[in-house]
Design a protein around this ligand. Structure first.
Ligand SMILES: C[S@@+](CC[C@H](N)C(=O)[O-])C[C@H]1O[C@@H](n2cnc3c(N)ncnc32)[C@H](O)[C@@H]1O
Length: 233
């Protein structure tokens, strides 16, 4: 049995003991500078995230569903003056991300394992300057479960600074249209950029960082990438 902070490790990830665990569970403890999976620790950092990073940066950008980390690692390298907080649920993807961050010796990136539906449990008022959501699950047939919806906007009313931005990419036509509709009917947010074909817009593409899913959609599935940039008023 492996313990972490006087508790059996599995209790951080599973509700019942098992005879076989996800092998990435054991690797989670190897990246204390990059990976936080203890729920209590994550919640205790609320309102003081900047103190957790080994730098003097003041702006924090959140990424929800950061996958295996290609996007966040490149973003952190391009923007050493901002701190990135990346939220993901899957252990394998978190471990892959932390491995990459450690290899690059990045000081401005942290990964957390937390349900992003409950942002206000670990972020306080105006704590973030921006939010990235890349290719969230489209939940076809169960659209109420989509990450970018009314509930997220309500949470962002609290945690996102005024003039803070939301950057959203999707492969999914209906998700794209529903977000356009959602923002158009809101008086608190405004769309500043939108395209239903990111790769036909050279200027936007210049700053684009390709995610793992984006790579798959473009090269294998040949699906057009939709992009929206939203500002909080
Ligand atoms: C389709 S993948 C996209 C991953 C990555 N952004 C990319 O573009 O390659 C969606 C990711 O969101 C994560 N996710 C889903 N629900 C989540 C939640 N409630 N909180 C945090 N992450 C979540 C999933 O584990 C998955 O890795």
């Amino acid at each position: 049995m492996i313990e972490y902070k006087n508790r059996e490790l599995w209790t951080y990830f599973f509700t019942k003991p098992r005879s076989y665990y996800n092998k990435y569970m054991y690797e989670m403890v190897n990246y204390p500078d990059y990976l936080i999976f203890d729920r209590e620790e994550i919640e205790n950092n609320k309102s003081k995230w900047n103190e957790v990073y080994d730098n003097k940066n003041t702006d924090i950008y959140l990424e929800i569903g950061s996958g295996s980390g290609n996007f966040s690692i490149e973003l952190a390298k391009r923007n050493p003056n901002v701190n990135l907080l990346c939220d993901e649920l899957r252990l394998k993807r978190l471990v892959y991300s932390a491995r990459k961050a450690k290899k690059e010796d990045l000081k401005n990136i942290k990964y957390i394992k937390y349900d992003a539906n409950n942002l206000t449990d670990f972020l306080s008022e105006n704590e973030i300057s921006g939010l990235y959501i890349n290719f969230p699950d489209p939940w076809t047939g169960q659209e109420h479960k989509r990450m970018l919806g009314e509930k997220l906007l309500e949470n962002l009313d609290v945690v996102l600074k005024k003039n803070g931005k939301i950057f959203f990419k999707t492969d999914h036509d209906n998700y794209y249209e529903s977000v356009v509709e959602l923002i158009n009917k809101s008086d608190k947010y405004e769309i500043v950029v939108k395209t239903d074909d990111l790769y036909s817009n050279e200027k936007l593409l210049e700053n684009n960082i390709q995610t793992e899913f984006e790579h798959l959609f473009i090269h294998k599935l040949k699906i057009k990438i939709k992009y929206i940039e939203i500002i909080k008023l």
